[in-house]
Write a protein that binds this ligand. Structure first.
Ligand SMILES: Nc1ncnc2c1ncn2[C@@H]1O[C@H](COP(=O)(O)OP(=O)(O)OP(=O)(O)O)[C@@H](O)[C@H]1O
Ligand SMILES: [Mg+2]
Length: 236
């Protein structure tokens, strides 16, 4: 593998007596879709929160495109986070704002919240936001308030937000958990297409092994905080 987009070593997190993440090592290259499968409570969301440092890991290193991320603070941390698009298990949309405003707000991304509140966006950003919403099949919902969208539509807004942010790494925590099978497939097809067309590096947790086998280049397992390799899994 050439220099990975995302690389961790020894990433660990404990909550009280629960060792939620143990010595996690993960490497993701540009254009690669890595799936993580694991039972409820095994530490998948903890891994994602530690990768973005929205939760501080107790130990370990994180490198983004070869640059250390684990020790950044303040503005440097905020700037580096723009390389990471996130789709959380709970979608974290701004409920009272439209689909388009949510996409433009970039959860970890460039437009500060006060600008969202003031509705101030550059035309270029608006065009990019509309393109992203159209790409996830929500062209008719640009101006619909997030809290009136269905669960699946909200999840697709969260994915559009990550796309519009143009980050190089996408972390998607169960992005299709609340979707029907056809929509789930189209969302994963979309994310998979982005790994190939935009060279995105993707880490995606999933509950269904068959979806992981279908879309992922590599499948990792998570069990009691430990990452492992699921043998024989690749889509090529
Ligand atoms: N903020 C927290 N405080 C205390 N314990 C926590 C906290 N966050 C997670 N945990 C614990 O850490 C373990 C891993 O949780 P995590 O949310 O990472 O699991 P998960 O694999 O994402 O599960 P699911 O598939 O249900 O989403 C669980 O035992 C959970 O109870
Ligand atoms: Mg979780």
């Amino acid at each position: 593998m050439t220099r990975p987009l995302l690389a961790t070593a020894g990433l660990s997190k404990r909550y009280g007596t629960v060792q939620a993440l143990v010595d996690a090592k993960i490497e993701v290259a540009a254009g690669e879709f890595v799936a993580v499968l694991g039972p409820s409570g095994s530490g998948k969301s903890t891994l994602f929160r530690c990768l973005t440092r929205l939760t501080e890991p107790d130990a370990g290193e994180i490198h983004l495109a070869g640059r250390p991320f684990h020790h950044l603070r303040g503005r440097k941390l905020a700037a580096a986070r723009r390389d990471i698009g996130v789709v959380f298990q709970q979608f974290n949309l701004i409920r009272r704002r439209s689909a388009l405003e949510n996409v433009l707000s970039g959860r970890l991304g460039p437009t500060p919240l006060w600008r969202v509140a003031a509705g101030r966006f550059a035309p270029r950003d608006i065009a990019r936001g509309r393109d992203a919403l159209a790409a996830v099949g929500l062209a008719d919902q640009f101006h619909q308030r997030a809290d009136t969208l269905s669960g699946g539509q909200q999840q697709r807004v969260a994915i559009a937000r990550a796309i519009a942010q143009e980050s190089r790494i996408l972390l998607a925590d169960e992005p299709v958990a609340s979707l029907d099978p056809a929509t789930a497939n189209s969302v994963l097809e979309l994310i998979h297409g982005l790994t190939r067309s935009a060279g995105l590096g993707v880490v995606c947790t999933l509950h269904q092994p068959e979806l992981a086998m279908r879309y992922a280049d590599r499948v990792l397992t998570m069990d009691a905080g430990r990452l492992g390799v699921r043998p024989g899994a690749s889509r090529g």
